[in-house]
Design a protein. Structure first.
Length: 308
């Protein structure tokens, strides 16, 4: 496994949350245990929501927790590679402009398990304009093949075998001209030699679409592992532990060892939330010891408490 390349790929559209830090910790423990190269990819393509200050804060907060990376990649630096992939998808006749409004999608799309909408393929037969995708003002989608894929998650997480089933044909270029998550991620994983993807199970529903894109573009398929999420109670429902507390507030109440202790207890790596540095968790790290079920936590305003 010495030649494995892994990556942690947070979006820089907001601050890190406890779930971001847990995902980073697990990705780091996995890579360092295997002797893999670990890259930090800052997903900064969203021109409206991504900000330099979030990018800098992410790098600072991960370093504060005691996590190091062997390389840092910015998605905005890979414009050419993303555009070549769009060229290739256009050559393959897979790109189409979508004019569906949000309300049309809400009416016609099927709800997904994650609370999103599965695109029903309404615009699939619309051609690109004569000038090609660069001249198209509308968002572009990719027509994914619908053959079921033989997919395996290393930890046995269910992955939808049908690439379109979870979300339908994904948008690959948005109305504002930016390249969208599914395509950019796939291109960047290949470009940076990623062979191993460790991430939260909220992204498991993207895996089939991403593997379908890898096949269309003739890119290698990494190994996948999806792990538990941290949730919070929101009314009757559970939601990702996001709104409640960000890294800056956590840092006012915890030092790195104390927070790492809390996260490692939530992940099932330790029985008690005693302070510990990430490096001290390497000894004996094994995915068999990591809790599979999502954990519910509450932010009291001062402390993160494990509720379930
Ligand atoms: N940027 C994505 C997120 O923060 C994750 C991308 C990935 O790991 O594939 O949810």
């Amino acid at each position: 496994m010495g030649s494995a390349v892994s990556r942690f790929a947070p979006s820089t559209t907001g601050p890190a949350h406890p779930g971001t830090l847990l995902a980073a910790l697990l990705c780091w423990l996995d890579a360092r245990t295997l002797g893999a190269t670990l890259r930090l990819r800052l997903e900064d393509l969203d021109p409206e929501r991504s900000r330099l200050e979030w990018r800098e804060a992410m790098v600072r907060d991960l370093a504060w927790l005691g996590l190091d990376f062997d390389a840092v990649d910015l998605q905005t630096e890979a414009r050419e590679a993303h555009e070549s992939a769009l060229d290739r998808l256009a050559e393959l006749g897979r790109l189409y402009p979508c004019r569906c409004t949000r309300s049309a999608l809400r009416e016609r799309g099927l709800p997904t398990a994650e609370g999103g909408i599965r695109y029903p393929g309404t615009c699939r037969s619309r051609p690109l304009s004569d000038g090609g995708w660069r001249e198209t003002r509308e968002p572009l989608r990719v027509a994914l093949p619908t053959d079921p894929l033989p997919l395996r998650d290393e930890g046995g997480e269910p992955l939808d075998p049908d690439p379109g089933a979870a979300m339908g044909d994904p948008i690959v270029r948005r109305r504002d001209g930016s390249v969208a998550y599914q395509l950019a991620g796939v291109v960047d994983d290949a470009r940076t030699g990623v062979t191993r993807i460790v991430r939260g199970r909220d992204l498991a529903s993207s895996t089939a679409a991403q593997v379908a894109l890898q096949r269309l573009l003739d890119l290698p398929q990494p190994d996948y592992r999806h792990h538990l999420l941290l949730l919070e109670e929101r009314g009757e429902k559970l939601a990702k532990l996001h709104g409640a507390v960000d890294a800056a507030s956590l840092r006012q109440h915890y030092d790195a060892e104390a927070l790492c202790g809390v996260l490692s207890q939530a992940a099932g790596l330790r029985e008690r939330p005693n302070p510990v540095l990430p490096a001290a968790l390497l000894d004996g790290f094994d995915w068999e010891r990591v809790t599979r079920r999502d954990r519910v936590m509450r932010w009291t305003g001062e402390r993160l408490v494990l509720v379930d």
